[in-house]
Design a protein around this ligand. Structure first.
Ligand SMILES: Cc1cc2nc3c(=O)[nH]c(=O)nc-3n(C[C@H](O)[C@H](O)[C@H](O)COP(=O)(O)O)c2cc1C
Length: 161
C-alpha cells in the first residue's frame, strides 16, 4: 500500500495532522504551497471569498506525482464550509492521476460533511475513509486515537477493493 499524504495548511494545524499521519504510516508527504501569500486579514478574507466561490487559485508546482501511489490521503482546512481553495486547484489538476483516496480536514467546529462531498465529487472517487478534527480535539490530543482509527479504516477498505 504505497501511500502519499498531500495537504494544504494556512496556519499549521492541518500540517500538524498531515505530519502525524505520514509518521504513523511512514509514508511520503507533500505540501501544497500558495503562489500569493495569504497572511493577515486580507489573506484571510480572500481565502473565504475563494472558497465560497469555488475558485482555483494558482499553486506552486507539485513535486510528487500522485500517480505513483496506491492511495493519496488529502488534507484541508475547512474554509466557509468547503475545502481550502488551493486543495481545489490540486484536485482539479491531479484528479486523473489518483488511484484511491482518503480525506481529512481540520476546522473550528463545522463544515466537514460538505467539504468531503465536494472533494469526493472533484476527485471522482469514493474515499476509503474520512477524518474530521476540530482545533479543540487536537488541543485535547483526541486526534491520536482518531488518526489510528482513520488509518485502520483506510487499510481495511483498501484490502476489500
Ligand atoms: C477563510 C476561513 C474560513 C473558515 N471557515 C470555517 C468554517 O466554515 N468552519 C469551521 O469550522 N472553521 C472554519 N475556519 C477555521 C479553519 O478551518 C481552522 O482554523 C483550521 O483548523 C485551520 O487549519 P490550518 O491551520 O491548517 O490553516 C475558517 C478559516 C478561514 C481562514
Amino acid at each position: 500500500m504505497k501511500t502519499l499524504v498531500v495537504f494544504y495548511s494556512r496556519t499549521g494545524l492541518t500540517k500538524e495532522i498531515a505530519v502525524h499521519i505520514s509518521e504513523e504510516l511512514n509514508c511520503d508527504i507533500e505540501e501544497i504551497f500558495d503562489v500569493k501569500s495569504r497572511k493577515g486579514i486580507f489573506g484571510c478574507i480572500r481565502s473565504g471569498i475563494e472558497s465560497a466561490f469555488k475558485k482555483t487559485p494558482n499553486i506552486k508546482e507539485i513535486e510528487v506525482n500522485p500517480e505513483n501511489y496506491d492511495i493519496v490521503i488529502i488534507g484541508t482546512p475547512v474554509w466557509v464550509g468547503n475545502m481550502a481553495s488551493p486543495v481545489r486547484t490540486y484536485l482539479f489538476r491531479n484528479n486523473d492521476k489518483l488511484n484511491r483516496v482518503a480525506f481529512f480536514c481540520t476546522m473550528l467546529s463545522r463544515g466537514s460533511k460538505k467539504t468531503f462531498l465536494e472533494m469526493e465529487k472533484l476527485s471522482e472517487f469514493n474515499p476509503l475513509a474520512c477524518l474530521a478534527l476540530t482545533g479543540n480535539e487536537i488541543k485535547q490530543e483526541k486526534h491520536i486515537k482518531k488518526v489510528k482509527e482513520f488509518i485502520n479504516k483506510i487499510k481495511k477498505n483498501y484490502k476489500k477493493t
